[in-house]
Design a protein around this ligand. Structure first.
Ligand SMILES: C[C@](O)(C(=O)O)[C@H](CC(=O)O)C(=O)O
Ligand SMILES: [Mg+2]
Length: 488
């Protein structure tokens, strides 16, 4: 878009009908975007990088392959990953939380860091790539230019309501991101020990979509091609904050057995487990079908567009003795019990696919059946939609699944997944790699450093040794000094 067209709604419409933008259904007009824009466009590097990312996804989709990456931790890992031939880099919120937050306070992955944490990491990695690319050109080392690698980053739950999401997205774009993911979680409530059966807590579908629309609105305001990835945690979710959205009705659980006290009064793990067993949790529709099979079709017809509260009233009108209580299993925070699974993830991804470029059902571990169900479900409604997959762990340590593991990327590619990432792989690799080197320095002193660290590094790893920074990178500074000359 030229600078003269920047504030023209017609030009914005034309951009929206281009191949990178035309699959998105926006609930706002080009006039609105024109009126929200600053007078001048910012000249974003991230636009060029985002187009590169789009072409990588487009290419792997055509080739029926998948782009695989892992987390980049710092400029050194970025450089090592570039040399290894990675085509995308992932800036993980979890790895940022563990190592380096904007407030300097590391901790577990709870997205409780300030919202500039991940964008700042993106900025460091992006700028380090620019520097390396300049060096490779200035030194004309005979090697090919070091390519700039698109960065995909973790936007967590958006760090607040729509204005926070917009500020976060703006900062990401300014920092040189090429893609980011936003999820449907309530921030900061992950239990790592699974206490009380609590895993992930979702916001209603509507709130999730609002986050994604806010993100797209900000991208449109900036004229940005950055790729948005809609992550849903519905596959592993156990709770939801509200029952208001009718799209969440099939997954809200209620008690089918009246118990004298509600769930919150059952104290301790075993009492809570027992409460849930006795309450015989079920969704409203399943409960009604089981208890009133003859009335079920009528119930479905009358309630197809209703939330649980509305549908429950109809259920009781049709069968006054019917019992289903979605209030009694609520937690002390007020969260409702939720039936997570691939169907729930599909319900969210199908809606999110209208407003985001990529859909992703976060599962942490590989499961062939769920990966297939999700892919088929998405592709049936949104043919050609880009899909992502993540694997954190879950494989047996004894090697018994190794042969199968080798084929996971090609199986995912065959299903249409375009991006596969190992969020914690970068940190684990850095830790493991430096263990050998640190042990050598500790045990053998200077000789250990020379023989096992600095000499191998000088041979094999541009950008990782001080010699390299001095000699190769120093040429940039020397060239600048020559350009400035002796003074006028
Ligand atoms: C992808 C993720 O959001 C991350 O921050 O890297 C984490 C990774 C993990 O905890 O396995 C997540 O999946 O929530
Ligand atoms: Mg994260």
């Amino acid at each position: 878009m030229s600078d003269e067209d920047w504030l023209s709604p017609d030009a914005i419409e034309r951009w929206w009908s281009s191949s990178t933008q035309n699959s998105i259904k926006r609930p706002y007009s080009a006039d609105t975007i024109a009126s929200l824009r600053d007078v001048f466009p910012e000249n974003h590097h991230s636009n060029a990088m985002a187009i590169k990312l789009r072409s990588i996804f487009g290419r792997v989709q055509k080739d029926k392959s998948v782009n695989l990456t892992t987390s980049v931790i710092d400029p050194v890992t970025a450089q090592v990953m570039a040399e290894a031939g990675f085509e995308t880099l992932y800036v993980s919120g979890g790895m940022s939380a563990n190592t380096d937050t904007a407030t300097d306070d590391p901790g577990p992955d709870l997205a409780d860091y300030t919202y500039d944490t991940v964008p700042k990491k993106v900025s460091t990695i992006y700028r380090s790539q620019l520097l390396h690319s300049r060096t490779s050109r200035v030194n004309k080392s005979g090697k090919e230019d070091i390519p700039l690698i698109p960065i995909i980053a973790d936007a967590d739950s958006g760090h607040g309501q729509h204005t926070a999401v917009m500020k976060l997205v703006k900062l990401f774009v300014q920092c040189g991101v090429s893609g980011f993911h936003i999820d449907d979680l309530v921030s900061g409530v992950k239990r790592h020990d699974g206490k009380d059966g609590l895993s992930s807590v979702l916001v209603p579908t509507n709130e999730y979509l609002k986050r994604l629309v806010a993100a797209k609105l900000q991208l449109d305001i900036m004229g940005s091609e950055v790729v948005s990835i809609a992550r849903t945690d519905a596959e592993t979710a156990t709770h939801i904050t509200s029952t208001i959205d009718k799209r969440d009705r099939p997954f809200i659980l209620g008690a089918t057995v009246p118990l004298p006290r509600h769930f919150v009064h059952a104290e301790g793990k075993s009492n809570r487990e027992e409460w849930k067993r006795e309450a015989k949790l079920s969704t409203l529709d399943q409960a009604f079908e089981t208890s009133q099979p003859d009335l079920y079709d009528n119930f479905v017809t009358r309630t197809h567009d209703m939330s649980v509260a509305e549908a429950l009233a109809i259920a009781v009108e049709l069968a006054p003795s019917f019992y289903w209580n979605y209030e009694s299993p609520r937690t002390t925070e007020g969260w409702y019990a939720y039936q997570g699974g691939v169907e729930a993830a599909l319900s969210r991804a199908s809606a999110a696919a209208n407003i985001a470029d990529v859909v992703w059902a976060c599962a942490h571990c590989y499961d062939a059946d769920r990966a297939e169900k999700f892919a088929h479900g998405v592709q049936e409604i949104h043919p050609g939609k880009w899909m992502a997959y993540n694997i954190t762990g879950g494989f047996p340590d004894d090697g018994s699944a190794d042969e199968k593991i080798k084929f996971i990327p090609s199986s995912l590619a065959a299903l249409g997944y375009v991006w596969l990432f190992l969020p914690i792989g970068g940190l684990t690799a850095v830790g493991l790699g430096s263990k050998v080197a640190m042990r050598a320095i500790k045990d053998q002193g200077l000789y250990g450093y020379l023989s096992q660290v600095s000499r191998p590094a000088a041979k094999h790893a541009d950008g990782t040794s001080p010699e390299w920074w001095w000699k190769v990178m120093g040429k940039l500074a020397d060239d600048a000094a020559d350009a400035i000359g002796e003074g006028l």
